[in-house]
Design a protein around this ligand. Structure first.
Ligand code: NAI
Length: 303
């Protein structure tokens, strides 16, 4: 297929906004779509937030003109019609199979022939995502799993199916490498692929053990961060970054897909503290804070 000249990202949350900002900053026009909250007076608030975040990033990034033009219309049929001139459509909505599939049907009705559609799913196998969506869609579809934060994490996991067009894969790989500076790793179509099959297991086990040992959050992270060669956020800081609300969806899709005797099944345990935090809206950095009570605007501790 021809070069990817225009990209769309659907879902302007933690990942979608970051991916769109990164693409835009590479100088490529990108459309960022999300559901506009009822009564919102600024339909472009999410894109403006993504740009502001990018401006605050350390080290300060180069800002392309395209990044400054990042816009967020909604997800009505009129908004989705704008996908018609996009070459690569990246889905980054909530980790729920039914929501993603319903969106693919709407995308498929408006996208141009030969455009590529990919999912940023953390865990859902490709075969499940494309089930019932028809051969043409399956040929144009792959998984492109970015890591958080998309600007800094170089890894991009790619999953294809036997139906995926080789030239669609090539175009995405070329773009990811030359425009986005990513290192592509090809994964089998397994729950959690490679990164999350290992990474989420590690994260979940570490959290459960820290609770069982009665460790303070800071105590656990002081050890399970940089000193041990793990992400500098530590375990609980990483959960705040990822979003606590994402974890139940990840566990649901992983436990449903893995055999009953898989070690992951034993690692997943209901943690009342996290349930309570979620019930009170402490989803992590993207919301009003998480374990560290950091909010999206920076380091304020509100505890
Ligand atoms: P998020 O909850 O921060 O954002 C999801 C966004 O999707 C929300 O803004 C929501 O309004 C929007 N949305 C939901 N349904 C929609 C629809 N039908 N049309 C348009 N927008 C819709 O979620 P997050 O964390 O950004 O995750 C998105 C995807 O990326 C998920 O599949 C997740 O598994 C994956 N992912 C998440 C990572 C993380 O660290 N948070 C890392 C890598 C992948």
């Amino acid at each position: 297929m021809a070069e990817i000249a225009k990209v769309a990202v659907i879902g302007a949350g933690v990942m979608g906004a970051g991916i769109a900002a990164h693409v835009a900053n590479a100088g490529v026009p990108v459309l960022l779509l999300d559901i506009v909250p009822k009564g919102a007076d600024n339909r472009n608030a999410i894109a403006e937030g993504a740009i502001a975040k990018m401006q605050k990033a350390d080290p300060a990034p180069f800002m392309s003109k395209a990044a400054a033009r990042l816009v967020t219309p909604g997800n009505t049929e009129d908004d989705l019609a704008k996908l018609a001139d996009c070459d690569w459509i990246i889905e980054a909505v909530v980790e729920k199979l039914d929501v993603k599939q319903a969106l693919y049907r709407r995308i498929d009705a408006v996208r141009k022939a030969g455009s590529v559609v990919s999912s940023n799913t953390s865990t859902i196998p490709l075969a499940a995502l494309t089930k019932g969506l028809g051969e043409t869609f399956a040929r144009d579809f792959l998984i492109t799993h970015f890591f958080n934060p998309p600007r800094y994490m170089r890894l991009l996991e790619i999953v294809t199916s036997p139906q995926t067009r080789p030239d669609a894969l090539e175009a995405v790989e070329r773009f990811a490498d030359f425009k986005l500076g990513k290192s592509v790793v090809h994964c089998k179509d397994r729950p959690g692929f490679i990164g999350n099959r290992l990474g989420v297991y590690w994260l979940q086990t570490a959290v459960v053990e820290a609770f069982d040992l009665g460790l303070e959050v800071e105590e656990a992270d002081a050890v399970m961060g940089k000193p041990m060669g793990f992400p500098k956020t530590g375990v609980f800081g990483l959960l705040d970054l990822v979003g606590l609300d994402l974890m139940p969806h990840i566990h649901a899709s992983m436990t449903a897909a893995l055999p009953k005797n898989d070690p992951y099944q034993q690692a997943v345990r209901d943690l009342p503290l996290i349930d309570r935090m979620l019930a009170e809206g402490y989803t992590g950095r993207k919301g009003k804070g998480g374990f560290y009570r950091l909010n999206r605007d920076g380091g304020a501790k509100v505890k």
